[in-house]
Each structure stands twice: as C-alpha cells, then as structure tokens.
Ligand binder design. Sequence first.
Ligand SMILES: Cc1cc2nc3c(=O)[nH]c(=O)nc-3n(C[C@H](O)[C@H](O)[C@H](O)COP(=O)(O)OP(=O)(O)OC[C@H]3O[C@@H](n4cnc5c(N)ncnc54)[C@H](O)[C@@H]3O)c2cc1C
Ligand SMILES: *[C@@H]1O[C@H](CO)[C@@H](O)[C@H](O)[C@H]1NC(C)=O
Ligand SMILES: *[C@@H]1O[C@H](CO)[C@@H](O)[C@H](O)[C@H]1NC(C)=O
Ligand SMILES: *[C@@H]1O[C@H](CO)[C@@H](O)[C@H](O)[C@H]1NC(C)=O
Length: 501
Amino acid sequence: MLARWVSWGLVAFAPSALALTDPQTVYDALSAILLPSSELVLVPDNAYQKDFTPRYNLAEAPSYIVGVRPAVAEDVKKAVTYARDSNISILTTGRGHGYTTSLGRVKGAINLDLGKFNSIQVDAGAKTMTIGGAVNGYQVVAALQEAGMEIPTPQCPCIGFAGASLGGGIGPYSGLYGPISDSLLSVDMVTADGRLLTVSETKFPDLFYGIKGAGFNFGVAISLTYQVYPAINNGKAMNADMTFLGSQNESLWKAVEELAASQPKELAFGLSVRYSPDPPSEGIMIAANFIYAGPRTKGKALIKPFLDLKPQNVNISTVAWKEIPLVANGGAIANFGCNPGVYYIPYSLNLYRVDVPNLVDVVNYMSQAIGADPVLQGTSIVWQEYAQYGFQLRADDSSAFSYRDVKAFVQIDSLATDASQAPALSKFGCELRDLLQRGSGKDQLDVYVHFAHGDEGSASWYTKEQLPKLLKLKEAYDPAGMFSWYNPIIPAAPPRSKFVK
Ligand SMILES: Cc1cc2nc3c(=O)[nH]c(=O)nc-3n(C[C@H](O)[C@H](O)[C@H](O)COP(=O)(O)OP(=O)(O)OC[C@H]3O[C@@H](n4cnc5c(N)ncnc54)[C@H](O)[C@@H]3O)c2cc1C
Ligand SMILES: *[C@@H]1O[C@H](CO)[C@@H](O)[C@H](O)[C@H]1NC(C)=O
Ligand SMILES: *[C@@H]1O[C@H](CO)[C@@H](O)[C@H](O)[C@H]1NC(C)=O
Ligand SMILES: *[C@@H]1O[C@H](CO)[C@@H](O)[C@H](O)[C@H]1NC(C)=O
C-alpha cells in the first residue's frame, strides 16, 4: 500500500496500529513460536539493556515494545511473519549505527536484533567471504588481513558491515573496488512474505539489484557473501594526517580541486573543517587525512601539493590495512564512532565538483556563525573523496547504488551535549547544507542514503533515474511497506525539512 505514503510531506508518522497492541500479548505470542535459544524480552527490561545492541544515535530513536534476538534463520522468518500477520511494526538492528531521522517514525515496534548472526568465514582460495547480518567493519578487516585478502573498508570500525553494504558502503579502497555492495555475490534474506531467499545475479536478479544500495527496504539479510581481493602492497598502506589553519582554506581547496581532477585509485582523501579553541587555530582548523594503498615514498610524492602548503602536526606512517579504520584522522572516527549514545544531528550532500569560491564562502560563514554562537562549536564539515575508478567499474543501473560520479561525500556532523542544543545545531546544519548545495554541480540535492538526515526525500536518496524501478520492486516484494522505515522507497515528495527555505 504505497498509497499511504503519498502524503509523506504532511504526515510525519506512519499510521500505527500499536496503540491497540499490548506488549505482553506480543511477548506471549512470540514466546509460543520461537526457540528457547532465541532471546525474547519486554522493553524496557534489564536483559534488554544488557544484551541488545545499543543505538549509536540518541536523537530520533525508534521505540520498541519487545526485543527478539533470533538464534536461527527459521526464527527470523517466524518473527517477520508474526509481525506481518499481526500488523505490528518490526525493525532490524545490525550494529545500531543507522542514524537517519526517518527511524524516529518507528513506534511501539519489535526490535529484531541480529546480534547472534555474527559469524565470519573467509575462503582465500575461492576469494570469497561470508558474514552474518550483524558483523561489524573491524571483524571483517581483521579476518581478511589474516587471510591475505581485502575489500573496501568503511571509515568506522564499529558500523555494521551488512548494514553498510545494503546502502552501498563506501570507504578507503572504494577508489579501487567501488562501493562494498559491488562486491556482493549473494545474500540470504527473509522477505516480507516470510520466505528465506538466496538472492544473486542469477536468482531473483531484480531483487539483487535493489539490495545493493536500497537493501533495508526489502527484508532481513541474514547471511551475505562477498567477492574479496588479494591484498595489495603486502596488506599495508600509508596513513598521513596533518592540520591546516583556517586562514589556509583557499589554497587547501585549490589543492583539493586539483586532486579531484585526477585522483589515483589507490589514494583516499578526507578532511574535517571544525572549530578548535587551541592556538594556533583559535577558530576554524582543517584536519586532512590521506590513505594510500602503496609504498610510503610514492604516497608522499602524491600528496606533495598539500605538504607544500606547510601543514602542522604532520604524521605519515605505514600501517597494516586492517588498522586504517582505527588510525585514520588520528583515530578520531574510531573514537567518535564507536561510542553509542551520542546526540547526533547529521546532514549531508553529494558534491559533483569542487567549487573553490563557494567552499571559501562556506568556511567563512561557518567561522562567523560559530563566533556568534558557541553552541555551534559542535559542528564539523567532513569530506570524503575517493577516486572514481572503482565506482566506474560498474554501470549506474547495475544496482540501486546511485552515486558513481560523486566527487566528494560531504557530511555536516553536529554533536549536541544535550537535547536543548538540537534546534540551533539542526538549523545550522541545514544552512551549511544549503550553502554547499549551491556549489554542488547539480540543481537537485543528492545524498548518499547512509549519510542522509532523513528529510531529503526518496528522489534525493535513490535519484530520479533509479526511483521508478525501485518503486516497482518495492510493490513486488514489500507491497505493505513492512521495511519502509530507513529512508524508504516511496513516491517522491517535496522535502519536509523545517528549515529549508
Ligand atoms: C560513526 C559512523 C561512521 C560511519 N562511517 C561510514 C563509512 O565510512 N562508510 C559508509 O558507507 N557508511 C558509514 N556510516 C553509515 C553506516 O553505513 C550506516 O549507519 C549503516 O546503516 C550502519 O549499519 P548498522 O548495522 O550499524 O546500523 P543499524 O542501525 O543496525 O541498521 C541501519 C538500517 O539498516 C537496517 N539493517 C541493518 N542490518 C541489516 C540486515 N542485516 N538486514 C536488513 N536490514 C538491516 C536496519 O533495519 C536499519 O534500518 C557511518 C555511520 C556512523 C554512525
Ligand atoms: C494495519 O495497521 C494500519 C495502521 O493502523 C491500518 O491502517 C491497517 O488497516 C491495518 N491493517 C490490518 C490488516 O489490520
Ligand atoms: C578562508 O580563505 C579566505 C581566502 O584566503 C580568507 O579570506 C578567509 O579569512 C579564510 N577563512 C578563515 C575562517 O580563515
Ligand atoms: C602517527 O600515526 C600513527 C598511526 O598512523 C600513530 O600510531 C602514532 O601515534 C601517530 N603519532 C603521533 C605523534 O600522533
């Protein structure tokens, strides 16, 4: 019933039958059908606090009445079937790092925590890896390094590898191999009708296309098999961290523009524009990170235009590939990204060009706004730039992943120390997104689905080109919208942001 979404812009919450549903009734019904080895608890409950995967983001969190941690696939089928037949919302939890505000619409639901699906097998001979639906990024890189293999790794070690893959999954080495979803060979998933399907290029190819970039819309992925690649450069990489003063922003953006024009596939680049109270910045500072899948001497030569700007705190080292998510950016992403329970206000957009004058304007606006209101000191602009080589290995219509021509994935990250700061930070995030959008190279706001705030709308997450095909797929596999919570495939509607325009 996609029709119920047509008024998306007007109705903030999906209709819910839950006022009518007593938690104990749901608990008793599930208890009668699930194996004793599958954990089942009422929410809240001590066991829920202790055993269930905590959410990374406190803001706009879903609310649950019952938690289930199925031990076997059969119980995933039973939980999904029960939820469907009883008209109760159900949401899968992988590693809990999904932060889009669209999840705030989930009320009184069953939390289907895949925590027990945490196995990982690497077959170096066959160059494949099979993981459970709740394995995290670090488990993957550790197991692959041990086997002399690799795959694109996300920047943060704690996020769900399956969760990331279902929306694409981007990170260092995407310049070589594309989004993580391009490496998927098959997925075992429970669909809305309660079937367990093995989905691949040859079995349910239409669904396979949708899983790779919009997967959370179609079911529960229990087991995922990937192609993996023999480690290059002996499984080592150069990691280079450095900082620039705000006053250097224009020359830095010019260097970024040049890099973006011909970025080597082995080189990943990121920066973070933020406030620092400490000298010598005492205002805007910019931290830059380079990861190079090759020898350090060669990597250093490639980043010479940046070193020529005389940055501070330069630290260039050789690290094992699996350490990248732990050490990059001075370990900031690992430290910040692995502690659940933050009040996170995310905005994001894709840039299709590096517009130097616009970026200088953005930095200046940010500096001025932070100067006027110290609450805004909690905001940073984070830039991830991967070579397009890996992304361009596949055609746009090969999967739902729709961002093969992006120059930079930009996040506007705000952390509130308490909820009272949220309105100001949210308004600021929106303003920065609007300003950045002016220089994006596209009229429409396009955003990587996993970095989305949740207010952008389906055409921004899935692109105008892919949305019609995805709507048909949704109608075929999830007509009642059981899996329409996380940035759902719904007919396009105007954005419902409170702050834009
Ligand atoms: C600090 C931080 C850093 C990040 N860095 C990166 C990055 O470098 N690259 C990148 O691509 N993304 C990154 N992300 C985004 C990340 O890919 C998404 O947040 C992703 O949803 C995380 O998956 P999860 O399993 O941890 O989250 P969850 O909140 O558990 O799941 C997110 C959504 O996916 C669904 N889902 C999860 N697992 C499954 C499954 N097995 N089957 C069906 N549905 C499932 C859930 O129902 C939910 O709707 C980052 C996020 C954070 C918070
Ligand atoms: C399920 O719940 C929705 C929302 O309350 C309601 O509109 C719909 O009629 C219900 N469907 C069934 C089959 O009970
Ligand atoms: C950014 O660069 C411009 C151009 O050099 C400069 O005028 C401006 O002061 C810089 N911004 C900050 C915050 O230092
Ligand atoms: C330099 O980076 C390496 C990892 O890449 C890290 O182990 C080391 O502590 C860093 N040194 C300094 C001084 O920050």
